[in-house]
Design a protein around this ligand. Structure first.
Ligand SMILES: Cc1cc2nc3c(=O)[nH]c(=O)nc-3n(C[C@H](O)[C@H](O)[C@H](O)COP(=O)(O)O)c2cc1C
Length: 185
């Protein structure tokens, strides 16, 4: 089981990073091979031509050498995925949004690279705690456009960190162990 963590977090400490560590621990405890890709400083889509470029016909970004291709390949390789982001302005972090916008163009619909793959979504609103819902909704929409299956959605803030960190760990562990959304336990 190849378990990819796709992170929008530009920091390597703090709340979001501590949750990422719990997700890695959970996935590894289920025997997964864990890879982390940081899409924290990805540049925006160029919106080629009249709206579409090589993303549509060739499933590749014309500007993919800027780090995008590496992330696209990581998602293609993965059996299960966690997307984690700090909440910025009630949305996912901008670098991650840029990456997912470009990825969605290349891999939309039921024939795309992550259609049918299970995804754990995690968002950390580390300031006011506001904006978790809108951030997760934005990530939810990405899954619908790419045909990915949402395994679970978790938001973690400063005052629920103790019990939500455990939930993130347990969710990653269950996902990496092969539990399927829709099954009874
Ligand atoms: C530009 C920016 C916008 C932010 N917007 C929000 C927000 O809408 N809601 C919130 O609770 N926290 C917000 N934050 C705080 C981040 O969510 C917080 O830094 C993030 O959870 C990471 O926490 P950490 O720095 O301890 O890892 C924002 C931070 C930045 C840099």
């Amino acid at each position: 089981m190849r378990f990819l963590i796709l992170s929008g977090n530009p920091k390597r400490d703090g709340l979001c990073d501590s949750i990422t560590a719990q997700i890695i621990r959970g996935a590894e405890e289920s025997g997964a091979e864990v890879e982390t890709f940081y899409a924290d400083h990805m540049l925006a889509c160029h919106v080629c031509n009249d709206g579409w470029g090589s993303c549509r016909g060739y499933h590749e970004c014309a500007f993919g050498e800027d780090g995008f291709n590496e992330g696209q390949q990581a998602l293609k390789r993965a059996d299960a995925i966690c997307i984690i982001t700090p909440v910025y302005w009630g949305e996912m972090a901008e670098g991650l949004k840029c990456f997912l916008d470009r990825f969605r163009r290349c891999e939309f619909g039921q024939n795309g690279a992550i259609a049918g793959k299970q995804i754990l979504l995690a968002a950390s609103p580390g300031g006011s705690g506001n904006g978790a819902l809108t951030c997760l909704e934005q990530m939810d929409r990405f899954c619908r456009h790419t045909g990915a299956i949402i395994f679970d959605l978790i938001s973690i803030n400063r005052w629920n960190h103790d019990y939500k960190a455990r939930a993130a760990y347990s969710a990653a562990k269950a996902l990496a162990a092969g539990r399927k959304a829709g099954n009874n336990i």
